[in-house]
Design a protein around this ligand. Structure first.
Ligand code: VGL
Ligand code: ZN
Length: 199
């Protein structure tokens, strides 16, 4: 029988109000996500996990500001404020998130020169995180995705899920967006076109 998993994306302090890359109302989704975790057969979490001086940080590039885009070896890369630094308070899951039953935590963005939005592939689009193989080996083919941010890590994860052959549903009520230059509308349309179910 095909298994199902809830994939909880990046519900970390730095993406919540007061954090370094706060998503508006990011913490509002926590009670709803806790309910979904309680009801899920399997739970996988992702954790954005950057070394200090990561290439996606504006502070690493003299003269550049957060939210500017630069060209790197794999194409355009948005620069961010320093966030989710390995071992920092900001990288921890939100304190109210009830994640104890999670069976796997996928860390991403730990290679100094590659950013990673998707839970499946880093931003070079070829370095796998191992999640697809893990889910396949366990017979899990239906994924429900929730978390932060709708238009970056959730959307890229959902698009890759579908292209890797999984059924993917994004629970938009359990996500919040950054919405940089229309990114929410663009990524919502891309997900819909790719066959991601938006609920
Ligand atoms: C994210 C920007 C940089 C996310 C992570 O979780 O959506 N966005 N790193
Ligand atoms: Zn990041």
């Amino acid at each position: 029988m095909a298994g199902s998993a809830l994939v909880v994306i990046d519900i970390q302090n730095d993406f919540c109000p007061g954090g370094a890359l706060a998503v508006a109302s990011g913490d509002e989704i926590v009670p709803l996500v806790n309910g979904l975790i309680a009801d899920a057969d399997h739970v996988v979490l992702t954790q954005d996990w950057h070394p200090a001086g990561h290439s996606s940080f504006a502070s690493t590039h003299p003269g550049k500001d957060p939210f500017q885009t630069i060209d790197v070896s794999y194409g355009p890369q948005t620069l961010w404020p320093d966030h989710c630094v390995q071992g920092s308070e900001g990288a921890l899951f939100h304190p109210k998130l009830e994640w104890a039953k999670a069976e796997l935590v996928i860390r991403k963005g730990f290679r100094p020169s590659i950013d990673s939005y998707s839970a499946f592939f880093e931003n070079d689009r070829r370095t796998p995180t191992g999640l697809a193989g893990y889910l396949r080996e366990r017979g899990i083919s239906n994924l429900t995705l929730v978390g932060l941010a709708t238009d970056f890590c959730v959307a890229y994860s959902a698009l890759d899920a579908v292209s890797e052959g999984f059924h993917a549903t994004v629970r938009l009520d359990a996500c919040r967006a950054i919405d940089l230059d229309g990114s929410l509308a663009e990524m919502t349309q891309r997900m819909r076109r790719a066959g991601v179910r938006l609920a």
